[in-house]
Design a binder for this molecule. Structure first.
Ligand SMILES: [Zn+2]
Length: 622
């Protein structure tokens, strides 16, 4: 890097010299030195210009020799082309085979020859060849400046990419290396092989084995049973779906596909559940609440980015998840296409809402409702809308509703550090996320009147659960950079041309994760209320840490409320990089989020902690 910086300085000096020779007009100098508008005497003119031009010529010569030295070093460093390369490449060597390098080399050699000619002839004797060469020499110097600019641009680009790699996933560096290799390759076969490699990495299929019906890729004969066993067991161990299988959205309507098959196997079950489904109605208190004008006016805006979930919380007397959730699911139309009994869904949502800890300043049912509506907002984007069926749409919104079920208001590191029961139960792995999933499914499957899955076929239930589980696991901040890296790779390679099940799961997981950390991307009034709540919860954990004599976690010490620093860091490290990629994928839909995000950054940068002065004073220092 020091070498590059040295070259940059060197080139700058060279530019200064070249441009000075252009800027100084011969006549002006003559006028200045010889003291008149006309050339006073040929002698004066001659001596002035000779000495000045000779100085530049000598300076130029020094630079040219140094440039030639640099090229010689590079030719040596790049080495010769492989024996299999075409003759011209072998003759030129790797460095000169590049068009710009070659052009640069030729220009420098021409400059050297011309400089020598001009210097060794009588320069200002009008009759000699030297004087007529001068204008040509200036043109060659200008060309040289253009070449140097191009090369400088290239090395700056390289430098920029190298710096980016600092926070980027190694896969981006791998892609860069392969990309550069592809630029150099001549054989279309090699290029094809590298394109295939990039595709494989992008789709994360390096370790995937594809089974054909009778033979494995290694030519081993597999019986039908063996293939079946491999398929079901490998798939069961990998929720993302390891095997080559097209995006499977199981039949939504119970009269077709696998649902029809299972109905044939158990006709009485199917009849019972259809009959139940038809009779199931939304409990009256919810229908009434939705019909309330004050609630209706708020719910009318649920497709908008500035949807006010705090207002809904107040208007529904603290039932935003049940009332808002039922209204949302009915409006999405998914309940007409998949067999989910409305009465059970209402009971289930009510149980989940009760399970959220009201005393938590942040992780409560209002946050869950906010994430549910924000996830729904993202699901309206064409990309997500088109790649998901009704069952996935339903599972996505429900996953958002339950994603923080029974959250204790403490972070994963705290639970692990204090050896809390949940941390022991889940072996320190995504402790809270595991706890939310397990708890919400336990309520669904064991609390009377809550089994919303009773009408689903086995395959529908498998898909529903897979979507919910993988989405909620994606809200663990620990997976943020890994998933962001995958998302970036997909955006860069345009891999969504053919959609597979695991692509759907990755995108749905990121939709929920983005919604979960979307507070700074909301309009000022909403963003402020969320910030106040999240900081209060942080400080409560800080108090606990203090009383347990544990080191107080970053930003959790109420004695040092670094709210702007915390928010700016949170936005720059986590929120912004994700939303930038998210915007590339979702387009227009994510635009209001990007705009508000910039606003939030501006607020915290320009106003500092002033906006926090209206918060409860007792929260600051205790
Ligand atoms: Zn959350």
């Amino acid at each position: 890097m020091r070498w590059e910086m040295g070259m940059l300085f060197f080139v700058m000096v060279y530019f200064a010299v070249v441009f000075t020779t252009f800027a100084i007009e011969d006549r002006a100098i003559a006028r200045m030195i010889c003291g008149g508008d006309e050339w006073i005497t040929p002698e004066c003119k001659s001596t002035t210009l000779t000495s000045l031009d000779t100085l530049f010529l000598v300076l130029d010569m020094v630079f040219l020799v140094l440039f030639d030295l640099e090229i010689a070093i590079k030719i040596f460093a790049f080495g010769m082309a492989a024996a299999a390369a075409p003759l011209i490449r072998r003759a030129l060597g790797e460095y000169l085979f590049d068009a710009i390098n070659m052009f640069d080399f030729v220009i420098i050699q021409i400059s050297v020859v011309m400089n020598v000619l001009v210097l060794t002839t009588d320069v200002f004797d009008g009759a000699s060849g030297g004087a007529s060469l001068l204008p040509l020499l200036k043109v060659v110097r200008l060309l040289r400046v253009v070449v140097v600019m191009t090369r400088l641009q290239r090395s700056r680009e390289r430098y920029r990419r190298m710096r980016m790699v600092g926070l980027a996933a190694p896969v981006e560096k791998v892609f860069e290396i392969i990309g550069e290799l592809r630029e150099k390759l001549i054989h279309p076969e090699d290029d094809k092989a590298l394109a295939w490699t990039m595709d494989l990495i992008a789709k994360e299929e390096l370790y995937k084995v594809s089974f054909t019906d009778s033979k494995s890729s290694s030519g081993m004969h597999l019986t039908a049973e063996m293939t079946d066993w491999l398929r079901s067991n490998l798939q069961a161990s990998l929720p993302g779906g390891l095997l080559n299988k097209p995006a499977a959205n199981v039949a939504e309507n119970s009269t077709k596909g696998s649902a029809a098959k299972s109905a044939a196997a158990d006709p009485s079950r199917q009849r019972r559940s259809s009959a139940r489904m038809a009779n199931a109605v939304v409990p009256q208190w919810i229908t009434k609440a939705i019909a309330e004008p004050s609630v209706g006016a708020i719910l009318d805006k649920l497709d908008q980015w500035n949807f006010d979930v705090f207002a809904l919380d107040e208007a529904t007397n603290g039932n935003p998840l049940t009332v808002g959730g039922m209204h949302l699911m009915q409006r999405m139309g998914v309940l007409d296409r998949i067999p989910i009994p409305k009465d059970k869904l209402a009971t289930y949502l009510q149980e989940v809402e009760k399970g959220y800890v009201r005393a938590n300043p942040f992780h409560n049912a209002t946050h869950a409702s906010d994430v549910m509506f924000t996830t729904h907002y993202f699901m309206q984007a064409p990309l997500l809308r088109d790649m998901t069926g009704s069952l996935d749409k339903f599972a996505a919104v429900l996953a958002a509703a339950v994603h923080d079920y029974a959250h204790p208001g403490l972070s994963n590191p705290f639970l692990i550090a204090t050896r809390e029961d949940k941390a022991v139960l889940y072996n320190d792995q995504s402790v809270l996320e595991m706890f939310h999933i397990a708890g919400s499914f336990r309520v669904m499957l064991t609390t009377p009147g809550c089994d919303i899955t009773e009408g689903l076929t086995r395959e529908q239930f498998r898909q529903f659960r897979e979507t919910m589980v993988s989405m909620i696991l994606a809200t663990d901040l620990k997976t943020h950079f890994e998933h962001l890296g995958r998302l970036k790779t997909r955006v860069a390679t345009d891999a969504y041309a053919s959609v597979e099940r695991k692509d759907v799961l990755l995108l749905l997981g990121q939709a929920l994760h983005a919604a979960d950390i979307s507070n700074p991307t909301k309009p000022r009034a909403l963003m402020m209320r969320w910030t106040e709540r999240v900081m209060k919860e942080f400080w409560q954990q800080g108090d606990k840490e203090k009383s347990l004599r544990l080191p107080i976690s970053a930003f959790m010490d109420r004695a040092q409320p670094q709210v702007p620093q915390c928010q700016i860091g949170f936005v720059n490290v986590l929120v912004k990089p994700l939303f930038v990629e998210w915007h590339k994928l979702l387009g227009e839909t994510a635009l209001p989020a990007i705009t508000e995000l910039e606003n939030s950054l501006k607020i915290w940068t320009e106003e500092g902690s002033t906006p926090c002065e209206s918060w409860d004073k007792e929260d600051f220092v205790r």
